[in-house]
Design a protein around this ligand. Sequence first.
Ligand code: ADP
Ligand code: ZN
Ligand code: ZN
Length: 728
Amino acid sequence: MVVIRVALDVPIDTLFDYIAPDAVLQDVGFRVRVPFGKRFMIGIIMAVSHDTQISSDKLKQAETILRDIALPPVLIDLFEFCSRYYHYPIGMVVMNGLPSRMRNVRPLARSSHKLSLFRLTDLGRTIAPSSLSARYKVKQRLLTWLNEVGTINQIEARKISPRAPKILQEMQTQGWLKPVSGTGEPPLEISPFCAVPLTTEQTIAISAIQTEINQFNTWLLHGITGSGKTEVYLQVTSLLLARGKQVLILVPEINLTPQLEAIFRSRFPSTCLISLHSKLTPSERMEGWLQSQRGEASIVLGTRLAIFTPLPKLGLIIVDEEHDQSFKQQDGLRYSARDVAIFRAKQANIPIILGSATPSLESYHNAITGRFRLLRMSTRAVKNAVLPPIHYIDTRTHPLTEGLSEPLLTALDNYLNLQRQSMVFINRRGYAPVLLCKSCAWLASCPRCASRLVVHLKQKALCCHYCGHNEALPLACPQCGDQDLMPFGHGTQRIETALERFFPNARILRVDRDTIRRKGDWQTILDTIHDRKVDILVGTQLLAKGHNFPHLSLVGVLNADASLYSTDFRAEERLFAQLMQVAGRTGRTEIAGEVLIQTEFPDHPLYGALRQHDYDAYARLLLKEREITLFPPFSYQALLNAEAPEMTMALAFLNDANALAKPMNSIEIFDPVPAQMTRLKGLERAHLLVQSPSRKRLQFFLSEWYTKLRQIPNRKVRWALDVDPLEF
Ligand code: ADP
Ligand code: ZN
Ligand code: ZN
């Protein structure tokens, strides 16, 4: 009897056995349609075997094996590793790591369809987009894209307009375009050399990686903001493309993909590059997945989910801004795409580059202890560009008007007169974080979460930033009826309004999650900034990440102190990284910039190190503290999270869990406690922390514990394990 073991998207920890008389060993990795309960499901064949633990009367027969596309064995290994390491059901790991289209029963349409890639002919290059009449808007935009980026495929064209793919054909008939064979073979045209000579530090970094290009190494590229890390990525990428390899590039934020994508496209114009992120339609994602699986896509650029892309010729992985928390998924399979990437590089025996100006303490520790290879770049690549001086404005002696101090306002005024751009950074969107009744001290809070509602004055609404709850701004206090309600504290909207009043002639632009809701908003904002159509930017951390703003001279930081004395042991590390990153947005050209930070604690060691731009000093200081307190990277953690309608239920579950834990050497189990966010979306939350100096021991403990946890009866409690948690 032939039995197949199938991964199915159900929250049960096993594979499911089915009889499949026609199955052969080579069917591992193929999709299969099987009966499950009252319905049919699509799963992946993970093994073919001759025996089973299931009694034969319970064993059902698989319906059809779909032999259209197979998951390669390395991808199956990767999924198995994730299931093991993060203690998450294998079927859910596999099925959620694949494009949703693969769960459709119908055969994958267009699976043999190849995307054509177009580029301009010599004739096409002579045509200026602006020379076309306004009737040809789509054509104009296609030409502009091609002039900037070099190539376009139908999927990209469809983003410009639904009619665009057809117009591409028209342009081909006109002799403006020609198809490129950007698939399969190694790219024909590699231009590995940038127009400018490499800096010494870039040369050293590149040749270090080059000498060990065919083997696994984790390279930590610790380069200050503006040191030219992108150029290192490009050069190393070109080495691998020349060998016919595929390159996977992970970025933390979907907003960072277009910028990097444009850079890579213009450097490798005839190479097939695909970008994978959560905003793609299911069929776009499927198409990208297939191109990668067939080895046609040479460069795959994406957010964390891209780590599960099949890449038969993978030769290099790059993780840009490796310190960024967005690499960690916070629900479902709580994986760190950076850590999984390291596993994958090791599995494929290829180099991986982790790049950052402010590495995570974990990576930094690995680098200084020799587990990672450290590459440093400590000068800015652009000639004469230097790191900006950082000054502190002591808010104890400089009172604030609408959150802004006199010295900051003066500086803004100066740069306005010099026609340079400024940015005011405040990590809080909305108008004010709190709505307060002056007579009875009532505070607007979320009915479903343990959080305050944020005032959004422009929308006349109160919003919960945790669950999205939204209600109209009340006219009077619901508790005492008083009409004297006061927005308390500052958010981006309020600062924007204040700046509009202080500088009526300035062009002010607010950038936060509220202003970039729609597709394309972000690109418009970037264009506005680059075209110098804005004088003062007001924004959240969205502005701090990885962007290059050449005209920016002044950065003002409000409200940084908030995270200085947090209970989260990572708060300082994050604040430091964030401020270094914000500061890094300025002074990126010959024109010097400066950074002004409003604070009540100018003597705090964090600010001292920041003034010196001394990441190392501060990182070592933080590492010392972590060593004494035995926090990561000096220990490994796992968090058992529980959510229930009532706190007592959540805690009772955790106490049961605690009682089931077998005491083990070098495993420390803490008491269950309510989470920092004690209530979210109507559920009470608590957790229990497990810690060990040894990752191996912790994994050993977790495996045993996890099977027992599954047996605790808990109809009302939702629980999950978070290995290497970043949020508490
Ligand atoms: P990082 O990612 O390290 O912050 P970027 O890669 O964005 O820095 O590079 C910063 C700027 O330096 C960019 O404008 C880039 O074009 C420029 N640059 C990179 N390498 C060189 C070089 N060798 N010479 C001159 N300019 C360079
Ligand atoms: Zn009141
Ligand atoms: Zn809420």
